[in-house]
Design a protein around this ligand. Structure first.
Ligand code: ATP
Length: 233
């Protein structure tokens, strides 16, 4: 579904990504793991059209998307839920969700809204509340709910567990598991290596802008380097 080949990207003279290859097949949950500064955000921004690749290709359903503008990429069904819960704090929960309904999904807004409320009953209870007054966990739910309003075919989750308490992190991973069980393809970008490997089908470990390790989540978890460097074993 998503195919990245030989991707190079950076900022000005600084090269951050050096030859990244990545596949996310339909219905699969692929984790991209890495420490601070490894290049995870840059990879996401390149996929979403916010950073222009210098080399390589990104195709989605066989169509080149590198070089397209971000709205066109979202319109194709590749929906990015950014880190840091970038919701609109001065708009209500409902208004934030409405903004997620892109052109393609606009006709199904009522149905999609029901789906989001079924997944996140807490958002339904708070439709009129200003988003900025939601708890951290609720804001993260809202960010994912807004992504779901766009009818994603592939959902990119950027560090969804960042800044959540341990209990909410558990809830977040349970939710990711549920979205995946419903058949959604997910690219999960995370620093939380242990829990991501539990939910993922495949995993890639980004170090200094290139994948140091790629394989099934089980293979990656069994790797001695990963266990030493990321799991402290
Ligand atoms: P984190 O988990 O800390 O967000 P990350 O894996 O997402 O890290 P990136 O944000 O992709 O890493 O950053 C990779 C490298 O690119 C870092 O060295 C960072 O300083 C650099 N970088 C990021 N954004 C810019 C920018 N706008 N201009 C110049 N360099 C940047």
């Amino acid at each position: 579904m998503l195919e990245i080949r030989g991707l190079e990207a950076g900022y000005g003279p600084a090269i951050v990504l050096r030859g990244v290859d990545l596949s996310v097949p339909a219905g699969r949950l692929v984790a991209v793991l890495g420490a601070n500064g490894a290049g995870k955000t840059t990879l996401n921004m390149a996929i979403s059209g916010l950073v222009k690749p210098r080399a390589g290709s990104i195709t989605f359903d066989g169509r080149r998307i590198d070089g397209l503008a971000p709205p066109a990429i979202a319109e194709a069904g590749l929906v990015h839920v950014p880190e840091g819960r970038k919701i609109f704090p001065n708009l209500s929960v409902r208004e934030n969700l409405d903004l997620g309904a892109y052109r393609r999904a606009r006709g199904n807004k009522a149905r999609n809204l029901e789906r989001v409320f079924a997944t996140f009953p807490r958002l339904k209870e708070r439709v009129r509340q200003m988003a900025g007054t939601l708890s951290g966990g609720e804001q993260q739910m809202l960010a994912i709910g807004r992504g779901m309003m766009a009818e994603p075919r592939l959902l990119i989750l950027d560090e969804p567990s960042l800044g959540l308490s341990p209990l909410l992190v558990e809830e977040m991973f349970a939710l990711i598991r549920r979205l995946h069980a419903d058949g959604l393809a997910i690219m999960l970008v995370e620093q939380n290596v242990a829990q991501s490997l539990e939910v993922a089908d495949d995993a890639h470990v980004l170090e200094n802008g290139a994948f140091a390790l790629s394989g099934t989540a089980a293979d990656v978890r069994a790797d001695p380097h990963l266990q030493r460097a990321y799991l402290g074993l």
